[in-house]
Every structure is written in structure tokens, then in C-alpha cells.
Design a protein around this ligand. Structure first.
Ligand code: SF4
Ligand code: SF4
Length: 161
């Protein structure tokens, strides 16, 4: 018994510690580590592809008006599988190597986006405009000087046909 303890003592003194220093020292994961989900709101067009593929139903889409879509992401449910990142054709999502997500407030892991969408003239539902500039011509744009717009834009601003 005492001999075994002595051998352990000798082994411990002869070798460097095998445990990590965290939390006293920062623990930096590999750059490819899949951690917190981030959203580049400037790239997101609100297509809903990420909501379709998420196995945990972290992402919800709500069309609060014909031209306004709200996307809510409940990251406290996210399992960092990366399916939404693969599905996003606009490169708006990424899983960054940040894994310290513990919090007392679940609201810290909640992301809400408010998007103005193009609206179908026939059915009135939101759709993804083919080009970001097309969004500026749709409902929801604030137009102070309609005269500066060309024919189509001026008609939209004035509510004409
Ligand atoms: S798939 Fe990409 S562009 Fe579409 S709603 Fe999700 S984050 Fe936005
Ligand atoms: S990483 Fe996976 S679980 Fe998390 S939001 Fe994307 S699809 Fe859902």
C-alpha cells in the first residue's frame, strides 16, 4: 500500500500535469469546433430554409403582416448539428468555436430578426425577392420623395395601379 502510494508520488513528480487549467486558464477549442450559432442578419433573406431542416425546431418564422416576417432562434435548444449552416444558400449562418453558453437567463440565447419581405400581388404572402434591391421597391419602404423614383416605384408609393 505504502509502496504503491510512493510510486504514485514519484510518477506525479516526474511528469507534467495531465489535467487542463480551465477555468483558471482560457480553454481555446480547435477552429473547426462547432459551437454557438451566429447569424449575419445582413445576409439573411428570410427564406426559411434553416427552419425547414432544423431537427430541434430552434427556428420559427412568423409572418406578422403581409410584408413583415419575424424569425426567432431559440439557441438554448440548438445541438450545433450544423444542418442549418449547410442549408443556408446565402451564407448567413456559422457555428463559431464559442462553447461557453451557460447562463441564468435563457433570453441570452434568443435571437430575433425582423425582415421586410416582398409580397405577392396575387396571394399577399411573403416571398424572397430575387435581388436585395427589389426589396426597396416593395411594400414597407418609406418613400419621402416619390418623384425621385421611376414609373414603377412612383406607382407603388402612390398606391396606384
Ligand atoms: S436559410 Fe439562411 S437566408 Fe434563409 S432564413 Fe435561414 S439564415 Fe436566413
Ligand atoms: S445547428 Fe442544428 S440544432 Fe442548431 S439551429 Fe442549426 S439545424 Fe437547428
Amino acid at each position: 500500500m505504502i509502496g504503491a502510494k510512493f510510486r504514485q508520488l514519484v510518477y506525479g513528480l516526474a511528469h507534467a500535469p495531465v489535467t487542463v487549467g480551465y477555468p483558471l486558464e482560457p480553454r481555446v477549442p480547435d477552429p473547426s469546433f462547432r459551437g454557438r450559432l451566429t447569424v449575419d442578419t445582413g445576409r439573411c433573406v428570410g427564406c426559411g430554409g434553416c427552419a425547414d431542416v432544423c431537427p430541434c425546431r430552434c427556428v420559427t418564422l412568423t409572418d406578422v403582416s403581409p410584408a413583415r416576417r419575424v424569425i426567432r432562434r431559440h439557441l438554448d435548444r440548438c445541438v450545433m448539428c450544423g444542418r442549418c449552416v449547410d442549408a443556408c444558400a446565402y451564407g448567413a449562418l456559422a457555428l463559431v468555436p464559442d462553447w461557453e453558453l451557460a447562463t441564468r437567463d435563457r433570453g441570452d440565447l434568443f435571437v430575433e430578426q425582423d425582415l421586410y419581405m416582398g409580397v405577392c400581388d396575387r396571394c399577399g404572402r411573403c416571398y424572397v425577392p430575387p435581388h436585395p434591391l427589389d426589396r426597396l421597391r416593395g411594400t414597407g419602404m418609406r418613400i419621402d420623395e416619390p418623384a425621385l423614383l421611376d414609373g414603377d416605384g412612383a406607382r407603388a408609393a402612390g398606391g396606384g395601379t
